[in-house]
Design a protein around this ligand. Structure first.
Ligand code: BGC
Length: 341
């Protein structure tokens, strides 16, 4: 009889604590698995550095050991699916997934649900229907729309306040765009909204060309060289979907030995360490800060709260029970120090 009672109590406790959740008082360690779409992506690697230091701080503060195992999917969704399986088998309490293909989360979500291991997707946003498939699926990131609008505002104010930017003096802003990956939410939305905002702010625009450079600095340099061969000094503005591609464009301006006063205005998004340095040097006119600190900390706090059952730190809001989104911020020389702090 007593044995039956104990089993019943244990089952009830399991139900109460929920999937992936350990008993708050007995948690001595947390094991977090992470799989990255590409560990060499500048923004992702900087975000992961912050994530690791947030985990060390949390360990000290809570007295709970936090063990992180990070894997690189090197651009293969099949590899990433296998990695998630392996991380589940290794006993991870929660897994953070930076999806390779954001339209293919089903294999991962099915495995996670079957094994009761919560998943926090981050940076590469899946469609909301996919996130609804199970109540232990979460997303941490930022709103791509906002970054596009802010980039457009920066470009509009550069064009309005700096007559020299209009090289041919026709009152029209001739521009090119360097885009990230074809199917990534941040590429599609950033491009659309930066241009729309530029026009809404009253700047007449002419698109000379665009190229997909997959978030990558070297690819962006090559693509910029091709567009320069075609449009030369007509280019007045280069909008890049991220800082690494803006830096690739700047590499090309330098390689082509274009005199500094002839450079088009270059605007990025991210505010990576290298990106901010370029703003400081005046090579990149401005960028939009993609809050890697906030996203990394939000992800760590969410993982901690899921596993221990403690409420989520008040610093973060869990929207619709699933989303943590951090705001973007414009960066120019004027507020650079504040951002670099
Ligand atoms: C960042 C890019 C990064 C990409 C990776 C974007 O949010 O702005 O720099 O390459 O995420 O998914």
């Amino acid at each position: 009889m007593l044995k039956r009672y104990i089993i019943l109590c244990a089952a009830a406790a399991l139900l109460l604590t929920g999937c992936g959740r350990k008993d708050e008082d007995t948690v001595k360690n947390i094991k977090i698995g992470v799989t990255l779409y590409d560990q060499y992506d500048t923004f992702i690697s900087e975000l992961m550095n912050v994530f690791t230091s947030c985990a060390s701080e949390k360990e000290e503060e809570s007295g709970i050991a936090i063990n992180i195992e990070t894997l690189d999917a090197s651009g293969s969704q099949t590899t990433q699916n296998e990695q998630v399986q392996m991380l589940i088998e290794k006993g991870c309490d929660v897994i953070c997934v930076n999806l390779v293909d954001r339209t293919e989360p089903t294999t991962i979500t099915d495995m996670a649900e079957k094994n009761g291991v919560p998943i926090i997707f981050f940076n590469r946003e899946l469609v909301s229907e996919d996130l609804e498939r199970w109540d232990q699926l979460y997303y941490v990131g930022a709103d791509a729309f906002e970054s596009g609008v802010l980039q457009g505002e920066l470009a509009a104010s550069a064009f309005k306040n700096n007559p020299a930017m209009d090289k041919n003096g026709d009152g029209i802003c001739q521009y090119i765009v360097l885009e990230g990956e074809a199917g990534h939410q941040d590429s599609i939305v950033r491009t659309e909204y930066s241009i729309n905002t530029l026009m809404e702010q009253g700047v007449e625009v002419e698109k000379l060309g665009y190229a997909i450079a997959n978030w990558n600095r070297a690819q962006a340099q090559t693509k910029t060289a091709t567009m320069f061969a075609q449009y030369g000094n007509r280019i007045e503005l280069i909008l890049a979907n991220n800082d690494d591609m803006a830096l690739g464009a700047i590499d090309e301006l330098k390689a082509a030995e274009l005199p500094r006063e002839m450079w088009p205005v270059v605007i990025g998004i991210d505010g990576t360490d290298v990106g901010l340095e370029a703003v400081k040097k005046g090579e990149m006119t401005a960028t939009v800060y993609n809050d890697k600190e906030g996203q990394a900390k939000g992800m760590l706090e969410l993982a901690y709260s899921i596993v221990t059952g403690n409420p989520l730190s008040e610093e973060f809001e869990l929207q619709d029970g699933k989303y943590i989104r951090l705001p973007y911020q414009i960066v120019t020389k004027d507020n650079l120090e504040e951002i670099q702090k």
